[in-house]
Design a binder for this molecule. Structure first.
Ligand code: ADP
Ligand code: MG
Ligand code: MG
Length: 893
């Protein structure tokens, strides 16, 4: 049979696994339909149809007929025709991409109403007010989203109507007022869009469908996708859904709910409900919603049914769901569900709660959390005992502790943050136009809206601190200020602090304290607030799941005993990178200077001799902190000039001394050395193994310090496991020369101390040539450690220190990178070299140990890659270790 494209699916035809094709909303509407839940009938136009439309500018040829066929079927089922004059079928046209994009794509309700059918609707419902309210909503939404009319114009007309009537809420407007408003709205459309509001229902529907397709490519949608790393070519589906009405009086209403608390994971009744309202009213903060629990008093039957449906959904999706529902004259309808967004803490708690409920297993629990969430939980929090004045409290919408200058519009937020200021974006409520500002801000504070408001949903998605609905704050965006209880006025630029975990708002800067999760990893967790205990318990269990599953070992980058001990507490299984250059700073600078300035062999040897015991002591401490675990020590890597004073500063010193006729022989020698060692491009200059080959005695001194330290530890009944690592090798010959010298020194130390050391010697792979000749290099190396920072610089040919500030933003904006290659490994380029070198190295030496040091070792996506290419371990900074452990566990599933 020839393949015939199918562009339209009835809700009864789809299911939750068809998100690519039907979008998240469509797939889940189908799933709920098939579960037998009360979903208003409708159909979904696929993302494939959208893609064709976006590529060609036209609907696919077959679409119109397919839509007609599905519309006919819908009309038959409902017993009325779209826009039928005496009894109109009305529909909503709703966007819905694979990934939920809150507020990005606009929905048009009440399609099918016209000057004629509004009368029919009024008669059928026995309610004039309702019919005209629905009609004015249609013109408003259609005008704004389909015809591109400025939405404020409608809002202003609505405000005027309320003022004229001396009422404050829209429900107090009567049929006659709304009828007048319809006339006003139609005038606005005519004037602004240059055309009449279409009276033909099918034309309304088709235009709305095209508008949904087009909305995929609005700037707002593109920005959101970039932010959330959603691919740009997925397209959106369109759902056509028969209308149900929450605006039919007090026995009707609309609401949103979560099957459990998205902040704590606790089971209970969480949501908001608004009587006599339609669609977005409940999240837009137009009138005050009531907590969902109050629905029990308002309409017990619907409430009970809703609770039952929520339980069904949780058991079915085996996860927290959020839902949208409407009650029409006592009849409950489900309009949307999806697996709900949640805070990082709730993700851990919910995952373990679901394991306890027997709904999911450990492996699945690991898939329910991410390293990014864990990292977020490790951020410091506000000190609860602060004396800084609390001026308000809103809803804890998205956790974190944010301090910044108050700004009252998105533009200022972006501008100030670009010039390096930390800002808090303060709004009455946010809408999609505030997205840039929300991204730029440290945190978001609103005075209206609940846990499901735009600000809350978007902030949670971005992992940004948010307090919403802080009602006692009077936000005046026009005058750029906010008045707090007691009358104090916060002006633009005043420092405020917001706590997204408690909802508290402070005037001034609140000091921060470590998070309970860090306290737990540090082993300092003492019984505290229940909340923190629950969180720590969940993290503890999830980490245990991850440790049981993972194959990758996790080591730390640490240069001293203190960091090593912390890394060990955080679960490090060794040190993957000890940078010895840090041991050449401070008091020892002078010795290093002497080494660099040495004119004679004796001078050089003397300074090396002076450095030796100091280096050795460092290693004794490090090996004892990491007793029983491997410690990879990298020999000196950076160019020597880094250890000399700054050239300008030094020139000034010399000039001053000269003019004062003071002795300045040393300064002068230093200055000459600085000039001698100056390199145009130090990153590609005299550094790494090249130093070892050019400065006699330098590497052997370091090797001796390592060997003697190891011998001393062994004599003290310790278990040192030192590994010596040679940096920046490009060819096996370099490694062979250094290695021969090192082996000799180790043999000398063994002979002198009578201790057998078994030190292994390996190399970093951080130059393309090293990766390409890894098979040869493995002849002389017992291990490879991929230095992916340098490898990224050398493969791409750009210097990290220079390019991140200069052109990376442009590259990110143009979509050349989805993310900086220094943050997440560039799998196609740098990654394929890693893979190639790993394979070639293992071919030469099957027991070659493979690891990675460099920032990528603690980056979630990169950790998955390193797991896949078969490395033995990743090494990262101590604070990233829990993240790497978790992601290594997730990668192994
Ligand atoms: P979003 O993706 O922004 O949530 P939706 O398509 O869910 O957009 O619709 C916006 C609002 O309109 C929601 O509150 C939804 O419940 C409501 N809505 C959508 N379709 C219908 C319908 N057929 N009948 C009643 N309300 C609807
Ligand atoms: Mg919705
Ligand atoms: Mg390097």
């Amino acid at each position: 049979e020839p393949h015939v494209a199918k562009f339209v699916y009835d809700f009864t035809e789809g299911n939750k696994d068809l998100k690519d094709l039907l979008g998240g909303k469509g797939a889940n509407l189908a799933e709920m339909t098939n579960l037998g839940l009360p979903v208003p009938p409708g159909f979904t136009i696929t993302t494939e149809a959208c893609k064709v439309y976006l590529e060609s500018g036209e609907e696919p040829a077959a679409l119109r007929d397919e839509v007609s066929a599905h519309l006919d079927a819908l009309e038959q089922r409902m017993g009325k025709k779209l826009g039928q004059a005496d009894d109109p079928l009305l529909v909503s046209v709703r966007s819905g991409a694979k990934f939920s994009m809150p507020g990005m794509m606009d929905t048009v309700l009440n399609i099918g109403l016209s000057d004629k059918s509004v009368q029919g609707l009024a008669r059928q419902a026995g309610d004039d007010r309702f019919a005209w309210d629905s009609y004015r909503r249609l013109i408003q939404m259609f005008g704004k989203t389909v015809l591109g009319v400025d939405g404020d114009l409608f809002e202003e007309a609505l405000d005027k109507a309320k003022e004229a009537k001396k009422v404050t809420v829209d429900t107090d407007l009567e049929a006659a007022d709304l009828k007048k408003l319809v006339t006003a709205f139609k005038k606005i459309v005519k004037k602004e869009a240059g055309r009449d509001f279409p009276q033909d229902p099918r034309e309304q529907m088709d235009l709305a469908i095209h508008a949904v397709f087009d909305s995929w490519n609005t700037d707002r949608a593109k920005l959101y996708r970039r932010q959330e790393r959603i691919p740009g070519d997925l397209g959106t589906a369109v759902n056509v859904c028969s209308m149900v009405f929450g605006n039919l009086g007090p026995d009707s209403g609309t609401g949103v709910a979560f099957t459990r608390d998205p902040a704590s994971g606790h089971q209970g009744v969480y949501g908001d409900y608004l009587q006599n309202a339609q669609g977005e009213d409940v999240v837009a903060g137009i009138r005050n919603t009531v907590p969902l629990a109050e629905l029990e008093q308002i309409d017990k039957k619907s409430y009970d049914q809703l609770m039952q449906i929520m339980a069904t959904l949780e058991n079915h999706y085996k996860d927290l769901c959020d839902i949208e529902f409407t009650i029409e004259r006592g009849q409950l309808w489900m309009l949307q569900t999806r697996v709900g967004k949640r805070t990082a803490g709730a993700a851990f708690r919910i995952a373990t709660q679901l394991v306890d409920q027997g709904l999911i297993d450990e492996a699945e629990a690991l898939q329910r959390v991410t390293g990014a969430q864990l990292a977020q939980l490790m951020f410091p929090r506000f000190d609860e005992n602060t004396k800084v004045a609390q001026v308000g409290r809103g809803i804890a919408a998205s956790p974190g502790a944010a301090v910044g200058k108050a700004v009252f519009d998105s533009y200022t937020a972006v501008k100030w943050s670009r010039s390096g200021e930390k800002v808090i974006l303060v709004r009455r409520e946010t809408n999609p136009d505030d997205l840039d500002g929300m991204i730029a801000a440290e945190g978001i504070l609103t005075s209206r809206g609940g846990k499901t408001s735009h600000a809350a949903v978007v902030a949670r998605g971005m992992g940004k601190t948010c307090v919403c609905g802080a009602e006692e704050l009077e936000v005046d965006t026009k005058r750029r200020r906010m008045t707090v209880p007691g009358g104090h006025v916060v002006e633009e630029g005043d420092l405020i602090s917001i706590d997204g975990s408690s909802g508290k708002v402070y005037l001034g800067e609140v000091p921060v304290v470590p998070s309970p999760v860090v306290e737990y990893f540090e082993g300092r967790m003492h019984a505290g607030a229940n909340d923190a205990d629950e969180l720590v318990e969940a993290v503890h269990r999830i980490m245990a799941f991850a440790d049981r599953k993972r194959r990758l070992r996790v080591r730390a980058n640490a240069d001293n005993a203190e960091d090593a001990l912390r890394a060990r507490r955080f679960g490090a299984q060794g040190i993957g990178l000890c940078r010895t250059e840090h041991m050449f700073l401070g008091d020892r600078r002078e010795l290093v200077e002497r080494l660099i300035l040495a004119d004679t062999e004796t001078e050089r040897e003397e300074s090396l001799k002076a450095l030796l015991p100091l280096q050795k002591q460092d290693f004794v401490e490090l090996f004892s902190a990491m007793d029983g675990l491997p410690v990879t020590v990298r020999l000196l890597d950076p160019p020597l000039h880094e250890f000399l004073p700054d050239i300008t500063e030094l020139s000034v010193r010399v000039a001053l001394a000269e003019s004062r006729q003071e002795p300045h022989e040393n300064e002068l020698r230093l200055l000459q050395a600085v000039h001698r060692l100056h390199e145009q491009n130090p990153m590609l200059g005299l550094r790494g193994v090249r130093l070892g080959l050019v400065i006699p005695g330098l590497f052997t001194m370091q090797v001796r310090a390592i060997a003697e330290a190891a011998a001393e530890r062994k004599n003290a009944k310790g278990d040192p496991r030192a590994e010596i690592m040679i940096p920046l090798v490009g060819t096996v010959q370099e490694l062979e020369i250094v290695r021969e010298e090192a082996d000799q020194v180790v043999a000398e130390v063994e002979a002198a101390t009578g201790v057998e050391l078994k030190l292994s010697i390996g190399t970093m792979i951080e130059l393309p040539r090293a990766a390409l000749t890894a098979g040869q290099i493995a002849e002389a190396a017992e291990f490879f450690s991929f230095g992916t920072n340098d490898l990224t610089q050398t493969v791409w040919g750009f210097s990290r220190d220079d390019v991140e500030a200069s052109f990376f933003t442009a590259y990110l904006e143009k979509g050349i990178f989805g993310v900086s290659p220094f943050e997440t490994i560039d799998k196609d380029g740098v990654g394929s070299l890693v893979k190639l070198a790993a394979e070639a190295g293992r071919k030469t030496r099957p027991d070659l140990k493979l690891g990675v040091c460099g920032e990528h070792g603690g980056d979630p996506e990169s950790v998955h890659f390193f797991h896949e290419v078969g490395l033995d371990y990743v090494s990262c900074s101590p604070f990233r270790i829990p993240v790497a452990r978790l992601e290594a566990g997730r990668a192994a599933i």
